[in-house]
Design a protein around this ligand. Sequence first.
Ligand code: GDU
Length: 327
Amino acid sequence: MKILVTGGAGYIGSHVVRQLSEAGYQVVVYDNLSTGSADALVCGEQLVVGDLADTARLDAFFAEHGFRTVLHFAASIVAPESVTAPLKYYTNNTRNTLNLLTACAKHGVERFIFSSTAAVYGMPENGLAAEDGATSPINPYGTSKLMSEWMLRDVGLAHGLRYVALRYFNVAGADPLARMGQRTPEATHLIKVSCQAALGLRDQVAIFGTDYPTPDGTGIRDYIHIEDLAAAHLAALGYLERGGESTVLNVGYGRGESVREVIEVVKRISGVDFPVVEAPRRPGDPAMLVARAERIRLLLGWSPRYDDLATIIGDAWRWEQKLTAAR
Ligand SMILES: O=c1ccn([C@@H]2O[C@H](COP(=O)(O)OP(=O)(O)O[C@H]3O[C@H](CO)[C@H](O)[C@H](O)[C@H]3O)[C@@H](O)[C@H]2O)c(=O)[nH]1
């Protein structure tokens, strides 16, 4: 049976698509290639270049393929950008998810896996976010994803569609064989930006905020390896195939690293002592965001294999070197 993966040519989607193909699933990728790349589909998966804004196309596409399972990655994902361009986020994320759910409801989709984000929590008390805790996003990116979760919950109930919404923490790293990774040249994510500085593609790395109430004054995040994150999707799919009920799960390791710690590991692994400057806080950034990570282990039997910052950064570094060499 064919599985639809929207945004499957993107950073996260392409890792999941490869793991699905390796597990024997037949995958159809629907992607507008705005940030994704056909080269990221390394197992010869079918790629349909299309936009979720195009509802007529989507309807015909669903009628043609008869999907029962959908994994939805297509989205805009840069939290700081969403503060200055909120409509882009409500359009690409919330409205396009509505378009997709409309097609799913009409065409009898039964299982749905949604790329959600830890940004739905905003600033949780003591920096630890649990699935049944409060959601209170502090940027439009988080709001756009939370609205999508709510639509999914209601559409799921009304139309017999079971789902798993996975709330990702800070996804980083790359395929250990460096076949795919994060491509966007105008990166904003800390690990990628630091690798680019080590490669001489940037003059320096700015630390956004050194006066946070954390041990070294810089922001703390739960960085998770892309391979572990991708494996969580296959575990979620297996769960739904076994008849599992709709649920929301954090995908993180349950521990955090500071901006300074990340930069030090990038310097150590790359062997480059690139310049680092201290800058003001970035709007929309919580001081600390770390997962309560028990639920996914209990419910899906998922356990991480790459949960060490040096492994994450080592794989990111190899990928960035390869990307730069190919330019
Ligand atoms: O040049 C930089 C870039 C980042 N940071 C800091 O590094 C930390 C991580 O920032 P990232 O930009 O790498 O990631 P975010 O935490 O902002 O957001 C990411 O994680 C979120 C959930 O935690 C969402 O999933 C979102 O899509 C994704 O962008 C923050 O404290 C940030 O202030 C810097 O100091 N300098």
